[in-house]
Ligand binder design. Structure first.
Ligand code: SAH
Length: 402
């Protein structure tokens, strides 16, 4: 059998003109583009133009607005266990192209690695996978086996408790798919030890995408000898550890999650850094920033790393106001010469829009600042030419003018 029919005869036919994005190798087919056809949840379908010409092999999602996600644009490609094994092998191999200073890294980053709906992180000896589409759900056993084979590991934990599963009509689930035992791990990032829990932590346990930006914050701290640092949305204290390791005089860390702050304290201790030079506040960041301002407190460096405020473009407007507010307060709280590391991890806010929001926050705050650096997600969370939506994390380093 030379491939090509994929053992199925199911197809979806698009409306006239709706094949354009697929011709540019963009991997999504929206519900409005589909004229007719369908399949079971996650089943492979042949995507055809209005005239019936082959466009792609894709996984069908009966309930999602993203009605199909492309596995391959090659008509001769069979979508089978070998296909997944090859894609996963390539994805893992691509990580050696990048300079990653950690044993915690993302091995598969969805669409960017040709595997839409799949995220896989490795923390030392354990793999954590998130299956967020009907297609990856259907192929879960095959994908799990390929991941174990290509890494030589035996432990794989599933964290498919992401709310995006609801859009696919899939229930939220988590638990061991292979192996068992403790869900706690300690990774080594830039020589720091960072503890995490793959069961209780956010996402797959940790924000690996900020790895290089934490390193950059460490370098700035060492260079500028910040006396007072404010780490907003600190989670388990990655930027707090970076600041203390860089010699910061005092770090105030704020998060509204008690367990995350517990872990942050543990991470400071784990690196033999001085806990007496930190405050960990279980509080709402917005309220804390207003309170600090009213108290006349100022900081030499501030990190603003809020959660995803605009998951899609539809949420962008309200999110833009929230980002602007946060950044206005952040800029007002900076000492002259102070440094703001500000981020957005919203797919719905482009780098360009984020820049505009921060600029407009500066105008409102009546604070001028040098835009010293632009930041992005870590290289193991790549974006690709064909899938610009992959650019979700963006950041700016601002230096307040005197
Ligand atoms: N900078 C972190 C990741 C931040 S994730 C790192 O490097 O690991 C975003 C964090 O914001 C989460 O820990 C979440 O608990 C927290 N959070 C969300 N809304 C908040 C709010 N209104 N006030 C304080 N913390 C909040």
């Amino acid at each position: 059998m030379g491939g090509g029919d994929n053992g199925v005869m199911k197809s979806i036919r698009l409306h006239p003109g709706k094949e354009k994005s697929l011709r540019r190798k963009h991997p999504w087919v929206f519900d409005g583009a589909v004229a007719r056809g369908g399949a079971d949840s996650g089943e492979t379908v042949r995507v055809e133009s209005h005239e019936g010409r082959f466009l792609a092999w894709a996984a069908f999602s009966p309930r999602s607005r993203i009605r199909a996600r492309v596995w391959s644009f090659d008509e001769a490609q069979r979508i089978d266990a070998t296909f997944f094994s090859d894609r996963i092998a390539r994805s893992i191999q691509a990580r050696s192209f990048f300079d990653i200073r950690s044993d915690g890294l993302r091995l598969v980053h969805g669409e960017s690695d040709g595997l839409p709906g799949l995220v896989v992180d490795r923390y030392g000896d354990v793999l954590v996978a998130q299956f967020t589409s009907c297609g990856t759900e259907r192929w879960k056993q095959v994908i799990t086996q390929a991941l174990l084979d290509h890494t030589g590991l035996t432990q794989l934990y599933e964290r498919s408790d992401a709310s995006v599963r609801q859009l696919e009509g899939l229930p939220e689930v988590k638990g061991w798919l292979s192996g068992s035992g403790s869900t706690e791990r300690v990774i080594s990032e830039h020589g720091w030890r960072l503890a995490l829990d793959i069961d209780r932590g956010h996402k797959t346990g940790f924000y690996l995408d900020q790895r290089e930006n934490r390193q950059r914050f460490f370098q700035w701290t060492r260079h500028r000898r910040f006396e007072t640092v404010l780490n907003c949305f600190c989670y388990t204290g990655g930027f707090t550890v970076a600041a203390l390791a860089g010699g910061a005089g005092h770090v105030t860390s704020v998060d509204s999650s008690g367990p995350a702050l517990e872990q942050a304290r543990a991470n400071v201790r784990l690196n033999a850094l001085p806990l007496d030079r930190t405050d960990m506040l279980d509080a709402d960041v917005n309220a804390s920033l207003r309170q600090f301002l009213a108290q006349g407190r100022r900081f030499d460096a501030i990190v603003l790393d809020p959660p995803k405020l605009a998951p899609t473009v539809a949420h962008a407007e309200r999110a833009a106001r929230a980002y602007k507010d946060l950044n206005r307060l952040g800029l007002q709280l900076l000492q002259p010469g102070g440094v703001l590391f500000t981020f957005s991890c919203s797919g719905g806010i482009s780098a360009d829009l984020f820049h505009k929001i921060v600029a407009s926050a500066g105008t409102d705050a009546e604070v001028d600042a040098f835009i010293s650096e632009r930041m992005a997600g870590a290289p193991d969370h790549p974006m690709t030419v064909h899938f610009p939506e992959g650019e979700y994390l963006k950041g700016l380093v601002l230096v307040r003018k005197y």
